[in-house]
Design a protein around this ligand. Sequence first.
Ligand SMILES: NC(=O)N[C@@H](CC(=O)O)C(=O)O
Ligand SMILES: [Zn+2]
Ligand SMILES: [Zn+2]
Length: 347
Amino acid sequence: MTQSLTIRQPDDWHLHLRDGDMLRAVLPETARHFGRAIIMPNLVPPVITPADAAAYRDRILAAKPLNNKFQPLMTLYLTEETEAKSVRAAAEIGLISAVKLYPAGATTNSASGVKDFDKVTRVLETMALLGLPLCVHGEVTDPEVDIFDREAVFIDTVLDPLRRRIPNLRVVMEHITTKDGVDYVKDQPEGQMGATITTHHLIIDRNHILVGGIKPHYYCLPVAKRATHRSALVAAATSGNPRFFLGTDSAPHTDANKESACGCAGCFTATNTLSCLAEVFEREGALDQLEGFTSRHGPAFYKLPENEATVTLVKGDPVTYPARIDTGEGPVTVFDPGFPLHWRVQD
Ligand SMILES: NC(=O)N[C@@H](CC(=O)O)C(=O)O
Ligand SMILES: [Zn+2]
Ligand SMILES: [Zn+2]
């Protein structure tokens, strides 16, 4: 008997689409299965003004495959110069779904991010009034703090004080990688605080990056932590707790930029994410929780309707997918979970 699972069409609450040739190559990989995605604004230069966001949205829509209904949900990149009134205007016309906070220097293209959090208080207070979510890359950038501790230290020294100062601000802690992140978010009021979890952080821990040779395609930020943290993430994702939802953080970089003496951070998971997730949830005996994680908790947090369409996953022989996709900028390696995938998305 063939096993199959039909769920509401998923959304991706954290996605990098880049621009130009790269955008045209990677967008179909997400648009094939996903209804909507929160589009990260860390282009070079970043998406800072409402006009930038509108122009980027139009470029995404122009790159979309014909007859595909994928909807990009735009974000603004928060800088110390961002004006509260332009955030308000962009939110009120429905142009943006969130604002993204990068601590300056924390990750790829974050140089224009925030150094002095006092300088963004006005904007954050306005967002709290509007109910507009703040998406946060939750790592401190202090060179003294060990890279494996940067998320936990961020929670204690930046996130929690910020939430106490502006309790009504709705916050998504993006791509959590630690038990500390899981525990913090679990204790916060539902609807006020959520967290995205990536596909790859449910599958790899830090050993996958380093044991048996250095694996640049497993390097991302926040960097994968020890196995106990991965287990906490899997438990959170499969628990049915509505605070946790899928944000793949699919982050394409060319192989030349990954396989380098100073390789870029980011895993490209758009191509096989649903097959990977079904495998992870099945192993946990939690296939019945997959739909919540991929398709229900995110819309509830973002106060959007769930997608009307459905997708069906069918279990069978190992799924084949390309090892890399071609882009105008060069090949991009697809995330290798390290085990065969048996769940295929039915066309
Ligand atoms: N996650 C990553 O390792 N990289 C992301 C940036 C980010 O999400 O921090 C990218 O833009 O490449
Ligand atoms: Zn990030
Ligand atoms: Zn990201």
